[in-house]
Structures are given as structure tokens and as C-alpha cells.
Design a binder for this molecule. Structure first.
Ligand code: SF4
Ligand code: SF4
Length: 207
């Protein structure tokens, strides 16, 4: 008989203990871990609270120094190509065209007053490959290539991960290439003419 009541007591204690734990978590769930914000010094020390967020309606804010999706403010890009060279996985593709002397004013200056000497018709980043290592942003001399806090940018079509930042259309780029080719051809012809004259002068002096 005593064992019978002992079992009832054990069952009751178990239920009360279990309900206590359940209620503890229920009330803890009223405090949401995301409420404090990731900037809170205690954020990662919080052990209580509901940790599951109703994503994507709720998201944890990203830290200010987070390195996520790249963005190039092409207005400040001088087409130096350092970011392309330093990228360990070659996910930046750049094409530049030298600016013709009479186009320098049109091409303009960077926000810190540096004359831009190259058009950048192609500045593509394959963001699906980018591992956000930060090397490209570190070497960028004009600080136009930056990481943004945007971390959620899924796509159905992989081709949408190729981001284009170039500052010329295909037609504009073709026109600039042709213009530069004419200028370079003229400069080359002038150089050859001068070299021919110089060699004739040498010949005459030797006679
Ligand atoms: S962050 Fe790293 S991987 Fe991404 S483009 Fe820059 S250098 Fe390449
Ligand atoms: S390093 Fe900066 S300025 Fe140079 S090409 Fe890359 S983004 Fe442009």
C-alpha cells in the first residue's frame, strides 16, 4: 500500500517539476533574444529568452563592422584594378578604357578630387563566389568598394548573382574604344614620322 502512495507522490512531483520547467521556458519566451539587439554587450551572453526568430519578418541586426554584400560606388572608382588582382578567387572582372584627353572633364573626378583616367565599362562581381574576405575593399585606394550590412540576398536564378557596376553602356564603350584607337593610331603615325625624320637627319649628317 505504501508503495502505491509513493508512486502517486513521485508522479505528482514529476508532473509539477516538468510543468515548472515548461512554465519557466514559457515566461522566458516573453523575452526575445533579438530584442536587445546585437550591439548590446550582453547579447551573446544571454542564455534565456526565445532564440528562434520569425525569419524573415524578424531578423537580428547585423553588427556595424559586418562584412557582407559588396557595393561599388562606381563614381569614385578609378579603374586601378587592384581589387581584381588581389581577389583570391577571381570573382571581380574589370575592363577599362583609357580616357581620351578631351574627355577628361566629362569623365570627371572622384569625390576626393582625383582625376579619373579610365572609363570602367565592365565592373562585375560574381557575388555567389565572393567569400567576403575583405581583401578587395582593403586595397581600394578610393574606398569606393565597400561591404554593406546586407546579408540576405538569395536568388532563384544564379545569373542574378553577377552584379554589374560598370559606368558605360556597350554602345558607349564601343564609341570610346573607337575614339581612343583613332587617337592612338595618330600618335603612332606621328611617332613613326618623327623617327623617320630623325633617321634621315642622321644619314644627311653622315654624308
Ligand atoms: S571580398 Fe574577397 S572574395 Fe569577395 S570580391 Fe573581395 S577579395 Fe574577392
Ligand atoms: S580598387 Fe577600388 S578604385 Fe581600384 S578598380 Fe577596384 S574598386 Fe575601383
Amino acid at each position: 500500500m505504501s508503495e502505491y502512495f509513493r508512486n502517486i507522490k513521485t508522479g505528482a512531483v514529476t508532473i509539477v517539476t516538468g510543468m515548472g520547467i515548461t512554465l519557466k521556458h514559457f515566461f522566458n519566451a516573453l523575452n526575445r533574444k533579438g530584442d536587445a539587439g546585437v550591439d548590446d554587450v550582453d547579447y551573446f551572453r544571454q542564455v534565456d529568452g526565445l532564440v528562434t526568430l520569425q525569419y524573415p519578418r524578424e531578423v537580428i541586426p547585423t553588427p556595424k563592422n559586418a562584412r557582407y554584400r559588396l557595393y561599388n560606388n562606381i563614381e569614385d572608382c578609378i579603374g586601378c584594378g587592384q581589387c581584381e588582382r588581389v581577389c583570391p578567387i577571381s570573382c571581380i572582372m574589370i575592363e577599362t578604357i583609357k580616357v581620351a584627353p578631351d574627355d577628361l572633364a566629362v569623365c570627371g573626378k572622384t569625390s576626393d578630387g582625383q582625376q579619373k583616367k579610365f572609363w570602367v565599362p565592365v565592373f562585375d562581381i560574381d557575388i555567389a563566389k565572393c567569400m567576403t574576405c575583405g581583401m578587395c575593399t582593403t586595397v581600394c585606394p578610393t574606398e569606393c568598394l565597400v561591404h554593406t550590412p546586407v546579408s540576405d540576398f538569395s536568388e532563384f536564378d544564379r545569373s542574378n548573382f553577377l552584379y554589374h557596376f560598370g559606368n558605360l553602356t556597350h554602345l558607349e564603350a564601343e564609341a570610346k574604344r573607337r575614339k581612343l584607337a583613332v587617337i592612338q593610331a595618330k600618335a603612332q603615325a606621328e611617332k613613326e614620322r618623327k623617327a623617320a625624320e630623325a633617321s634621315q637627319d642622321v644619314k644627311k649628317a653622315g654624308e
